[in-house]
Write a protein of this length. Structure first.
Length: 631
């Protein structure tokens, strides 16, 4: 590529001019946008499922999976697996089929029902009331218009009755539920004896011809992928930040200019008693409420320790009366103006009132004050200095990134000029392959693609500059390259021989285990040493492997002890002795209700799946796999 550019400058300039013309008249979108989002990925009857709908549903499922793991890092191959894509399409098809059935059945959602649902959502409420600001912010974050969001809600509401009908149609008798509960809570006393392959390895011999035959028939197992050893330079924002110099005077000045950042807002711990009166009440009603509040205030001035008692007995605020009038800590501006002004002019322990608001008359007690103080300079100095270093480093990072790109490209036969620009040493890597190694920046997918590119491997030029992590850029060049090759027989024959011995020893261990199991079931001596018995539950395997755990609960316990066995890839063969079975004689109402609900939900899901499958058979569903698969 580099030779092409250097040797054909005029041709390249002419091509760039042709490319520039549509940019100038039509913009960048003319090259990078298409109607792919509108492409039809599936059709449900007469309804078209577009690529955009599919991508939105897939993204919602991916976001849901991230929330399930508390946004912990997830492998992209899991988030964008074929199974995830198929599930996203199936969700769209199911929703469309159910929606069509709901419409045919005459179901409808009124505007009033939709409005009530939206206004009742906790996410859109502030101080117990619907907030249009929160609603608009939610729509902006989701990238949706009100019409699109409300249409989706309407569709969900139309489908819900059908889904509820299936979820509530399952029926299980009390006897069946109780039996399932007892089985789920059952524990079994299990002892284990291990027939280990190691005991048979000395008896196994493998001749040279078997070793060679194994090598010849499984050459792919001994294939070593292509590898490269690199030298590279790194531009790191963190390293730049550590090198930046910030004077103590600059740090002090930044502190003084932004002291508000380091000042905790003052909060006041308040309690109140409300004598409620409507704003539309008569003058006589207001006077009576005020007089009652004044009387309560007088009582409290005389006996302030009775505040909680009087609040529980006389306050008309149901939210705080139960807790003795406690409102917790309040910031300035959190309450009505008159209440706020009174509260923030009081001293700790003071009781004041009546204070009038639109709700009525309040008697207020200030329990305590916190915040309002500015953190001392020494406490925040290190943080301010780190921020200033980071800010200065970001500016320098942007400048050096451009210089690194230019230098690595223009002087592509060496990394020394780039290292001199960055003022860093040229580093060397170990041998690396195309298989990414988690945690290493040199084996990120983007860097691997650059390191194994034709320019680096064949033309011996610098790689393109790759961002391997936020704030970290790397350019590399090859020092040595090893093409993919098969390891020679002499190098691996000892490993093959060991592997064949282990395989044969495992077979003999399994055969011996099966023989001993047969003897145990006949009541004959088997010559085994049992481990300490443990109580194994269906949710507590006590360290048993999956196969052994399943066999322990498959064992016929009508006659004890019962004997079963299980193969284990590492341990060889495990003999299991079940010597006791325990399960609850009575089932608690709570366990019965929880299990019945879970089983009912599972049955409902099965019934719904069968119903959707029946609808699929009646309504033609076509998909475009090539548009759904990951490109």
């Amino acid at each position: 590529m580099f030779n092409l550019v250097h040797n054909n400058k005029r041709l390249i300039q002419f091509v760039l001019f042709l490319i520039f013309l549509p940019f100038a008249f039509f913009g960048m979108e003319s090259y990078f946008t298409s109607n792919e989002l509108g492409a039809e990925v599936a059709r449900v009857g007469d309804y078209r499922v577009t690529q955009q709908q599919f991508q939105e549903t897939l993204r919602e499922r991916q976001d849901a999976m991230r929330r399930m793991v508390n946004n912990a890092p997830l492998d992209q191959s899991v988030l964008d697996s074929p199974e995830m894509r198929f599930a996203a399409l199936e969700q769209i098809v199911r929703e469309r089929l159910l929606l069509s059935q709901a419409v045919r059945a005459g179901m409808r959602v009124t505007d009033e029902q939709l409005r009530e649902l939206i206004m009742s959502q906790q996410a859109f409420q502030q101080d117990g009331k619907f907030s249009s600001e929160l609603y608009d912010a939610f729509l902006r974050n989701q990238g949706m218009s009100p019409l699109a969001f409300e249409a989706r809600l309407r569709h969900d509401l139309l489908q819900q009755p059908l889904m509820d009908a299936f979820s509530s149609s399952g029926f299980l008798s009390k006897t069946v539920v109780d039996r399932i509960v007892r089985l789920s809570e059952q524990t079994r006393e299990v002892s284990v004896a291990i027939i280990a392959p190691a005991a048979f390895e000395a008896q196994v011999s493998v001749d040279d011809s078997a070793v060679k035959a194994y090598y010849d028939s499984r050459a792919a197992e001994f294939r070593v992928p292509e590898q490269v050893r690199l030298e590279y330079v790194v531009l790191s924002l963190d390293n730049l930040a550590a090198q930046m110099q910030v004077s103590p005077e600059e740090v002090r000045q930044a502190y003084e200019q932004s002291s508000a950042r380091f000042t905790a807002p003052e909060e006041r711990d308040a309690s109140h008693i409300l004598v409620q009166v409507a704003t539309s009440a008569t003058a006589e009603a207001k006077a009576a409420a005020q007089a009652k509040a004044a009387d309560l205030s007088k009582q409290l001035q005389a006996k302030p320790d009775r505040f909680a008692e009087i609040a529980r007995a006389h306050s008309d605020d149901p939210g705080s009366a139960k807790s003795g009038g406690d409102l917790g800590f309040l910031e300035r501006g959190a309450t009505k103006q008159s209440f706020d002004e009174a509260l923030f002019s009081m001293k700790a322990g003071e009781i004041r009132g009546p204070v009038e608001t639109e709700f009525g008359y309040h008697i207020i007690r200030l329990n305590g004050v916190r915040g309002g103080a500015t953190k001392p300079f020494e406490e925040v100095r290190a943080g301010i200095e780190a921020e200033m270093r980071r800010g200065a480093a970001q500016k320098r990072y942007a400048e050096l990134a451009e210089q690194l790109n230019n230098t690595a490209y223009e002087q592509s036969d060496s990394l020394k000029p780039a290292a001199e620009v960055l003022k860093v040493a040229v580093q060397q890597s170990p041998w690396i392959s195309r298989v990414p190694m988690p945690g290493s920046p040199l084996t990120s997918e983007r860097f691997i693609n650059a390191a194994f590119s034709e320019d680096v491997i064949k033309n011996n030029r610098n790689s393109e500059v790759v961002e391997v992590a936020p704030g970290t850029l790397i350019s590399a060049r090859a020092l040595e390259f090893k093409p993919a090759a098969t390891r020679p027989f002499e190098e691996v024959q000892a490993d093959i021989r060991k592997r064949l011995i282990e395989v044969e020893a495992r077979k003999r261990a399994v055969a011996a285990g099966l023989e001993k199991l047969e003897n145990l079931r006949k009541g004959e001596a088997a010559g085994v040493t049992w481990g300490k018995p443990v109580m194994v539950g269906r949710t507590d395997s006590q360290g048993l492997g999956e196969a052994a755990f399943k066999e322990a609960f498959r064992a016929d316990t009508s006659k004890l002890p019962a004997y079963v066995g299980a193969e284990d890839p590492k341990l060889g063969y495990q003999l299991l002795r079940v010597s006791a079975v325990n399960q609850p004689a009575e089932v608690s109402p709570e366990a019965r209700a929880a299990t019945a609900e879970q089983l009912k939900r599972m049955m409902g899901q099965e019934l719904l799946a069968d119903y959707v499958a029946a609808l699929k058979r009646r309504v033609e569903v076509k998909t475009q796999p090539d548009l759904i698969e990951k490109k």
